[in-house]
Write a protein that binds this ligand. Structure first.
Ligand SMILES: Nc1nc2c(c(=O)[nH]1)N[C@H]1C(S)=C(S)[C@@H](COP(=O)(O)OP(=O)(O)OC[C@H]3O[C@@H](n4cnc5c(=O)[nH]c(N)nc54)[C@H](O)[C@@H]3O)O[C@H]1N2
Ligand SMILES: Nc1nc2c(c(=O)[nH]1)N[C@H]1C(S)=C(S)[C@@H](COP(=O)(O)OP(=O)(O)OC[C@H]3O[C@@H](n4cnc5c(=O)[nH]c(N)nc54)[C@H](O)[C@@H]3O)O[C@H]1N2
Ligand code: SF4
Ligand SMILES: [Mo]
Length: 746
């Protein structure tokens, strides 16, 4: 029967409410923004609008694939699981559990299976070889927040709707719709900021869509953000503009230390390296200090960069120094509806190191920039099998050509993925998750990064097919296999175990709202829910707005959310210091040693920049970009988004093109120490001279990829250019922005 279903879009961090019209055959007939959604109020972008095409995509797998005689053949789930069991066991029996690596891709944080059931799988594998898209993305922010606030998940977000001055570094929210900043309709919210008299400053080597409409655009040299922020700190200190505010007084440690560390980075000293006038840096600092509600926000252009952790740290240092941390209109800590688990011990990273390059672990994972090393290098602990869940590392991570070859050499690859991609084409077993509409949804990750406290649950809109497991059941089955069970396994047994452990953890946490701390009683109350719904109900009810299983009868539960399909607004962000802090001092640690220890590298970069600026005309600095109609590597098969257009071009300033004899549309060869690609040039004055921009997520023309729309217009893989050696040494995050490349006409 034709009907309309309401659900949250899982395609990006904005978490928009969608109103989806289904026809008599349960096909998507139309998608509108849900005008009644408490957070998104009807906003919709091209990706959300084409979700029906994604669901109906004939290339999207609905049954597993198993490699037989070199070919990936359709198979049933039982057969696919049996294949995994036999081969995984053989590898771990002979080589130990570290021989199996897992790579977790970005969509894991956009669905409940990934958010709740990846951890049990990782635990069951008992491997130290855990990798994820975080180390090509936001890992530096976790590390800096871990040291500053004690908790790598305590990430302050700009209080967008109440600020009067927003300074954006290395983000393009009018296109990306925000990251580590969940706010549906970012374009509208940025316009509203300016309409109420507020100002937007954008720091970006490119005049992006966001920069175009800013009050001030500072076209910085790629990689120089840490220097810029150091100079802002130096200016605040030198001009006596530091004021942490009454609310933070007594909660901040290390102020004098930071002031001393910043002193050598006066604006006049960093100006050339930043490619910005010293006066512009000074006035940025002054405006930040003079504006009551001001805030600095940095994103991908500052994290996947050579000084990623330093820059992430300095963003919050500046926010503290101007009194904007934890204050309305400043940078605030969201308070999501779910119980976030026991208070963490003070954060530390580098608790272990990778086998080959000795790179540090952070938040339980190793840098993906070294995955190929771990596969290629013989010896005890060598990686011989890879499980990918919702990830496409061959396209999305560094040194792609060699990683592609390394993955091809493995004894076993298992991919939980709906497509045969550049990565899953190497799989021996592909396990496809059900479609978006067949799954329930809740944003545990993004509600903790949102500019309002909001809770919104979407039940599955369509049933699973016969014998079709949900994604959480796939992950639990893999976990059970890793623990030695023979398929067919009953995911409900594993789930009961996971639920008991979850209840036990909550019961042991004095911060949880609970009427009883009896595990069995609580488990009985959660009955008959199973899977993510049982865990979610537990976390909501024990959370800060929860019904406490009876202590707060009007509080939240999954039932309450089911009765509110457009979401529940829990209000604006509220101050959370000191309660949110878990450092050993109980204060904000402004100058943690693991971060300050890397500053000599920043000084060295400043000195080196003075030399190369004048001399180096051969190299251009490569940065990345996103497009409204792409989603990393995996939206390119949606016809309504692809539109047959060439989005993968090398953007270049006219002067740089002229020197190389390149006309608009001409094919250029871009090369780096890692490799080369050939790509058409798009000449634009939007880029700072000396900088070129290439989007990531392309390069679909590989044998075995089954994405007909994407391969018809494949583009090139920009990560063929990113050397695996190029990392932010503190966090191990790959340097994807500010990479020196050579460009020549073909
Ligand atoms: N050069 C360069 N490289 C970059 C970036 C850059 O800016 N420049 N950006 C980086 C960033 S920020 C990120 S987050 C990474 C992304 O890196 P990845 O997460 O590795 O890549 P994605 O392209 O997001 O691939 C997601 C995969 O998940 C599959 N998938 C989609 N939905 C689901 C689902 O519900 N379940 C399962 N099991 N699978 C699903 C898709 O088919 C696709 O194969 O790329 C990084 N790489
Ligand atoms: N349409 C669309 N939306 C997306 C995605 C997508 O693929 N498509 N991906 C999602 C994901 S996974 C993420 S992580 C977010 C990312 O969200 P954003 O961080 O907003 O994404 P980008 O558009 O990559 O913006 C990075 C900006 O940094 C600039 N930049 C590059 N190098 C430097 C530098 O050295 N300094 C400074 N100051 N700026 C620099 C680039 O020019 C670019 O404008 O977007 C999410 N949203
Ligand atoms: S902005 Fe993001 S969440 Fe909103 S409709 Fe577009 S893809 Fe979906
Ligand atoms: Mo990302």
């Amino acid at each position: 029967m034709a009907r309309t279903v309401i659900r949250t879009c899982p395609l990006c961090e904005a978490t928009c409410g969608l109103a989806i019209d289904l026809d008599d055959h349960d096909r998507v007939a139309a998608v509108r923004g849900d005008a009644n959604d408490v957070f998104s109020r009807g906003y919709l972008c091209p990706k959300g609008a084409t979700i029906g095409q994604l669901e109906a995509d004939p290339d999207r797998l609905t049954t597993p694939r198993v490699r037989r005689g070199g070919r990936l053949e359709p198979a049933g789930f039982d057969e696919a699981y049996a294949e995994v069991a036999t081969r995984l066991r053989a590898i771990t029996a002979e080589h130990g559990s570290d021989a199996v690596a897992i790579y977790l891709g970005n969509p894991n944080v956009h669905n409940l299976a990934g958010q709740l059931y990846v951890r049990p799988l990782v635990k069951a594998l008992r491997t130290t070889n855990v990798y994820s898209a975080s180390s090509v993305d936001q890992l530096p922010k976790h590390v800096s927040c871990g040291y500053l606030f004690g908790d790598p998940l305590a990430i302050p977000v700009p209080d967008l709707d109440r600020t009067e001055l927003l300074v954006v570094l290395g983000a393009n929210p009018r296109v990306s719709n925000g990251s580590l900043l969940t706010a549906p309709d970012l374009p509208g919210r940025l316009t509203a900021l300016q309409r109420r008299g507020g100002r937007l400053v954008v720091v970006d080597p490119k005049r992006t869509r966001t920069a175009e409409r800013a009050d001030v655009h500072l076209a910085i040299r790629p990689g120089a953000d840490a220097l810029l922020l150091m100079a802002v700190v130096a200016t605040l200190v030198a001009e006596d503009l530091v004021d942490v505010g009454d609310h933070l007084r007594g909660h901040v440690e290390g102020l004098e230390q930071v002031a001393a560390l910043a002193a050598p980075f006066a604006p006049e000293r960093v100006a050339d390296a930043c490619g910005l006038p010293a006066a512009a840096i000074r006035s940025l600092a002054r405006e930040l200090a003079a504006t009551e509600r001001s805030v600095v926000y940095g994103r991908l252009g500052t994290t996947a960069a050579a000084f990623g952790t330093t820059t992430s740290w300095l963003v919050d240092v500046v926010n503290v120094l101007i009194g904007s941390l934890d204050r309305p209109g400043g940078a605030m800590f969201p308070k999501p509806a779910h119980h976030r688990g026991p208070r963490r011990r003070p954060f530390r990273h580098g608790r272990r190191h990778s086998r080959v390059r000795g790179l540090p672990e952070a938040i339980g994972e190793l840098p993906v920039a070294t995955l190929a090393d771990e596969i290629e290098t013989p010896g005890p602990g060598q990686v011989r099998a890879l499980i990918t869940v919702a990830g496409n590392p061959v396209i999305s991570t560094p040194d792609a050509t060699r990683l592609d070859a390394a993955i091809a050499s493995l004894d076993l690859v298992v991919s939980v993925d709906p497509y045969l991609t550049a990565t899953s084409r190497h799989a021996d077993v592909v396990l496809p998750p059900p479609g978006i509409l067949q799954r329930s949804h809740y944003d545990l990750v993004f509600s903790a990064l949102a500019v309002r406290n909001v809770a919104n649950y979407s039940p599955a809109a369509l049933p699973l097919g016969p014998d079709q497991p949900d994604e959480w059941e796939i992950l639990l089955t893999l976990a059970a296999i890793a623990l030695g069970q023979d398929p067919p396994v009953d995911p409900d047994l594993a789930d009961a175990f996971v639920a008991r452990q979850a209840v036990e953890a909550v019961v042991a946490d004095p911060d949880a709202r609970l009427a009883t701390r009896d595990t069995d009683a609580l488990l009985a109350t959660l009955d008959p829910r199973r899977g993510p719904e049982r865990l979610l109900d537990l976390l909501l009810r024990a959370g800060p707005y929860g019904d406490g299983f009876g202590t707060h009868p009007d509080g939240l539960s999954l039932d309450a959310l089911l009765a509110a399909p457009h979401g529940i607004d829990l209000g604006p962000l509220t101050p959370r210091v000191p309660e949110v802090l878990t450092t050993s001092s109980g204060r904000i640690e402004l100058a943690p040693e693991p971060l300050t220890a890397d500053l000599p590298r920043l000084t060295a970069a400043l000195e080196a920049a003075a030399k190369t600026n004048a001399a180096d005309t051969d190299h251009l600095l490569l940065i990345g970009r996103r497009h409204l109609r792409t989603n990393n590597s995996w939206s390119h098969n949606v016809p309504g988004l692809a539109k047959g257009q060439q989005l993968c071009t090398l953007e270049m300033h006219p002067d740089d093109a002229a020197v190389r004899g390149l006309d608009d549309g001409a094919v250029a060869e871009v090369s780096s120490p890692a490799g080369e690609v050939q790509v058409p040039v798009a000449i634009t004055e939007a880029l700072r001279p000396g900088v070129v921009s290439l989007p990531h997520g392309f390069g679909h023309d590989l044998e075995g990829v089954q994405q007909r729309v994407a391969t018809a217009n494949p583009g090139v893989n920009s990560n063929r250019l990113t050397p695996r050696e190029a990392i932010d040494p503190i966090s191990g995050t790959a340097v994807l922005n500010g990479l020196a490349v050579e460009v020549r006409a073909l």
